[in-house]
Design a protein around this ligand. Structure first.
Ligand SMILES: Cc1cc2nc3c(=O)[nH]c(=O)nc-3n(C[C@H](O)[C@H](O)[C@H](O)COP(=O)(O)OP(=O)(O)OC[C@H]3O[C@@H](n4cnc5c(N)ncnc54)[C@H](O)[C@@H]3O)c2cc1C
Length: 363
């Protein structure tokens, strides 16, 4: 590699982990001339397969998580060009609506709207009638809503498939293997994108598993139409969301400090009952899949993107937002690989994700 960021076309790059993060890095690096190998015993079947696919940094924003908001907004800006390069049809919904069902929720949403405003961001505050104008299918019990028309959702499984095809077309080699030692890889550079297992391969990266269960539903003959907008809410203190997906819906997600992927009866019960509080007609839909995945979380909820040492670059710890954060992660990893500054709109946000902030931090 030269200091101008021109890659030696024979430089070998090993990407450990073929979820959305590893696949995206592999695809883009191969197009820059790297000789790329993805090592993964089950590419595309980790958290990326299970996810809801929301690209909603404003709607998921929470006062205090300012760095995550900035990183998410910077990545959302990169998403249209990223989807365009890959397959624009992976974008499955536009607009996100967060609704309040009781007085405590109303207070929370107003606090979030104020915080966003203090950060120079705008979100529409809608009264009951305004909410039902945007999304007529929501419950009449909804009292207030925050609406963000420019947020998106993508079909995460179509995204995985498109990335796998794009990587193959760019000449990426896939090896079906579990990596146990990064030093043993025959590569000039290594990108570590092994999701919840990243900590095992690089103990200084404090990534832990946070389990999430999620449901996939489709409409049946005679069902009322589902929402056209992504809807988020908090019911009995639990977050729930409904993401439109073709002729159906993705309903998520539970959250536990656990590393198993079994779907529990209580998880399914709570998701259905909380979703029904928001969208009463859900009972007519077919429940055709339940699944659970592991979010790769870090202690400060920020991902780890950047150099660990001269040979290894981290691209992990994306927690509950790895689909959203894919384009900005690719930007950060390619900048590190080619020894250049990231694109200016992403540079400041990426600095806050540098893994060096975690020196001495444990999971
Ligand atoms: C229920 C749920 C809902 C979610 N909803 C959203 C959402 O709406 N929006 C959003 O942005 N994010 C969402 N997320 C988060 C998102 O799914 C993750 O942040 C993202 O998929 C992480 O991608 P990844 O490529 O790092 O990990 P993964 O997709 O988990 O991929 C890691 C890969 O590494 C491989 N691997 C592991 N260990 C090794 C090893 N030793 N050697 C080789 N390969 C290895 C695995 O086989 C796997 O394929 C959700 C997550 C869950 C669980």
């Amino acid at each position: 590699m030269t200091s101008l960021g021109v890659v030696n076309s024979h430089a070998k790059l090993s990407v450990v982990g073929g979820g959305v993060i590893g696949l995206s890095v592999a695809w883009r690096a191969a197009r820059l001339g790297w000789q790329v190998t993805v090592h993964d015993p089950a590419p595309g079947r980790g958290a990326s397969w299970v996810a809801g696919g929301m690209l909603t940094p404003l709607s998921e924003g929470w006062p205090g998580e300012d760095r995550l908001l900035d990183l998410g907004l910077a990545s959302l800006k990169l998403w249209p060009a990223f989807a365009q390069m890959l397959d624009p049809s992976i974008v499955s919904a536009r607009g996100a609506l967060t609704v309040a069902l009781d007085a405590a929720d109303v207070a929370d949403l107003l606090r979030i709207a104020q915080w966003l405003q203090s950060r120079g961001q705008h979100i529409d505050v809608l009264d009951r009638a305004g909410v039902r104008t945007v999304e007529p299918v929501v419950s009449r019990a909804v009292r207030l809503g925050l609406y963000s028309p420019d947020e998106l959702s993508v079909d995460n499984r179509a995204l995985v498939a498109a990335l796998q095809s794009a990587a193959l077309a760019a000449g990426v080699e896939f090896r079906s293997e579990t990596v146990t030692d990064l030093d043993a890889l025959d590569a000039d550079q290594v990108v570590l994108a092994a999701g919840v297992n990243s900590h095992q391969l690089c103990p200084q990266l404090p990534v832990r598993a946070v389990k999430g269960e999620i449901l996939r539903l489709r409409s049946r003959a005679g069902s009322l139409p589902g929402p056209a907008t992504t809807i988020r809410a908090r019911v009995h203190g639990r977050p729930v969301y409904l993401v439109p997906r073709g002729d159906g819906l993705v309903v998520g997600a539970t959250q536990y400090e656990s590393a198993d992927t079994q779907v529990t009866v209580a998880g399914v019960r709570d998701l259905i009952s909380d979703a029904e509080a928001v969208f009463p007609a859900i009972g007519d839909f077919e429940l055709y899949e339940t699944s659970a995945g592991l979010r790769p979380m870090t202690p400060d909820n920020m991902p780890l993107i950047g150099r660990v040492d001269d040979r290894v670059i981290a691209a992990t710890g994306h927690g509950r937002g790895g689909i959203l954060l894919t384009p900005i992660t690719v930007e950060g990893v390619l900048a590190a690989l080619t020894d250049r500054e990231p694109e200016s709109s992403a540079a400041a946000a990426l600095q806050t994700a540098d893994p060096s902030r975690c020196a001495g931090v444990t999971t």
